[in-house]
Design a protein around this ligand. Structure first.
Ligand code: ADP
Ligand code: MG
Ligand code: MG
Length: 246
């Protein structure tokens, strides 16, 4: 069953044409990795799926659960269950992690999550992420290390339970231990109903997540898709391997 279908997508950013006829399908429950050289348009793709207004769709369609969402606003897409890491301001002094996440959950569900239930879930999730329980009382991202910021994003994902989770280079800048914790937490938090689009340059996180499909995005298009083996071949041979049309 298809969750996301992108048809012939063309996207422009600040007068530059970045995505040029991109096609992509993500099934329900699938883990789909996107790899490709820097500047190819991977982050542009994620932002376009999320509906970031800086990224202007000049052609094509984005369908989510069969519905055309190409013209929906970010918050409308979020309500449908689309989540992109890095969608929030870097630092929010005055708002604690706890408050931020509880408010997000309340906005998303349209209900107030009971305090006790929330506190219990928060405790368990922080443990899962190998984070000290005091994190919930810290101001969002203020003075957080790169790894702590990324873990906070996974924390959001854990509570919002999106249908489509997009993780854009969640593994870059993480040390080996933090990477393992983050990858294993994502794997544990992933449900059958959840699909994951993960952008990465590295095989290490893919070894943990075992994606169903790997696609290569180059020069604004998906140029090749394959299984886990494709990532291994890319690591060995580089992107010229697909650039040269093998
Ligand atoms: P990738 O994530 O694959 O490295 P990006 O999607 O970040 O690629 O970038 C693709 C191209 O679009 C690059 O040339 C980049 O400079 C440009 N670009 C992306 N986002 C913006 C932006 N917000 N403003 C201006 N140019 C952008
Ligand atoms: Mg990049
Ligand atoms: Mg990028």
């Amino acid at each position: 069953e298809t969750l996301l279908e992108i048809k012939d997508l063309n996207v422009e950013v600040e007068g530059k044409y970045i995505l040029k006829g991109l096609n992509l399908t993500i099934k329900k429950g699938e883990i789909h990795a996107i790899m490709g050289p820097n500047g190819g348009g991977k982050s542009t793709l994620c932002n376009s799926i999320m509906g970031n207004p800086k990224y202007r769709v000049t052609g094509g369609q984005i369908l989510f659960e069969g519905q055309d969402i190409t013209n929906l606003k970010v918050n409308e897409r979020a309500k449908k269950g689309i989540f992109l890491s890095f969608q929030y301001p870097e630092e929010i002094p005055g708002i604690t992690v706890d408050n931020f996440i509880r408010t997000s959950v309340n906005v998303m569900t349209g209900q107030n999550v009971p305090m006790l239930q929330f506190a219990k879930a928060m405790k368990n999730t922080l443990e899962l992420l190998d984070m000290n329980s005091e994190y919930r009382n810290r101001y969002l991202n203020v003075g957080f290390s790169g790894g702590e910021k990324k873990k906070t994003e996974i924390l959001q994902m854990a509570f919002l339970k999106p249908k489509l989770v997009m993780l854009d280079e969640i593994d870059s800048g993480l040390d080996i231990d933090a990477l393992k914790v983050v990858a294993e937490a994502v794997k544990k938090l992933k449900t059958e109903e959840m699909s994951i689009l993960i952008v990465t340059h590295y095989n290490r996180i893919l070894d943990y997540l075992e994606p169903d499909v790997i696609s290569v995005l180059m020069e604004g298009k998906i140029v090749k898709s394959g299984d886990r083996n494709l990532a291994k071949i890319l690591e060995e041979k580089g992107y010229d391997f697909v650039r040269n049309g093998v």
